[in-house]
Design a protein around this ligand. Sequence first.
Ligand code: B12
Length: 319
Amino acid sequence: MGGASANGRRERATAIGIGEAVERLRQEFPDVSISSLRFLEREGLLGPRRTAGGHRLFTEDDLDRIRLIKRQQQQHRSLAEIRELLARRDAIGSPAEISARFVQAIVARRAREAHAIIDEAGEVGVPYRTICLNILTPALVEIGELWARGVIDVAHEHLASAVVRDLLASLRRYEPPAPPTGRVAVAACAAYQRHELGLRMVAALLEQEGWYVHYLGADTPAPSAVLMARENAADMLLVSVGEPAERAYLEAIVAALQQLPAERRPRLVVGGRAAYAASTGLPVDLVTASAEELLRWVATLFPPGVPSPPDGATLARAT
Ligand code: B12
């Protein structure tokens, strides 16, 4: 079960008992039960660790593996077919290994191979979120390091960016998004900011959670971002900043939001590499450089099936 314990950079070490695993999985797959998990284990499809007392312990990777099996069963795949898919999944290695192979292919200027390495991960069921955060993000950081050290040319970086942009769209066919939640977000990069892949990932991950995201991308004027949020009655405005000097942009966003009636103000989230440096002291609902933290925050603030909380509280306090 090598692939089931592959960690990458995500914190995936926490393990839970079989009862809690069933409870978590039932939200998505109501027919999961203790006996159905034991059955998968007997069939050799699953190998959870055991405590000294013999109790099964399920990691996040085990849960992802069970989700993959359940999705395959929903598509009426036989146990033999599922076993073959899991064997392929185990053979491709950990997220860190896949990430390294992707970088090697880019360095060798083999864009199609780079694409195929990641596409295969999607095909064998590596979750979209893992591909984004534990495979593609570290790969791009590594490519940036190689570029800064003069090992590769800027054309390599452009190649990687183009492949990643395609993959973010095409990989989604492997993982159906959650049903629509009715929540709306607008996502924009600060003016003159051309680093947009991070925000694109965040937008795609929110869409996987059932959000409707109006993705505006690089270099968006502040008034236009706020207008788009207002016209779409957005619950949340996401802004990505890459440099501390983009504070002026955030101030313009805050000023434009303050012109809106409090009940129509979206929550303001600032992210990206300079999120903290650029937003100190500004009335922002969430500052984070982490897509995972945003997803956790969103899950708490906008639980499925519950109407939006009153908007604009933070900005109203600041006026
Ligand atoms: C690709 C790339 C480019 C591409 C971007 C293409 C595109 N379509 O996005 C281009 C060619 C445009 C580019 C240009 C430049 N780049 Co550049 N680039 C990169 C590179 C290699 C990858 C960026 C990336 O996509 N990373 C992966 C994404 C997923 O990570 P991320 O952006 O941090 O996003 C994550 C989080 O921050 C977060 N997040 C991001 N946004 C948001 C928003 C919200 C709301 C939330 C919640 C979270 C969130 O979630 C993401 C997922 O984990 C980085 C290397 C690196 N370390 O990242 C250099 C890098 C960022 N670039 C750098 C530089 C210097 C430049 C240039 C100044 C080069 C130049 N001389 O022209 C220009 C600046 C252009 C500009 N005005 O914006 C430096 C920055 C150094 C610094 N001190 O800040 C880096 C770090 C390279 C390096 N190692 O030196 N670049």
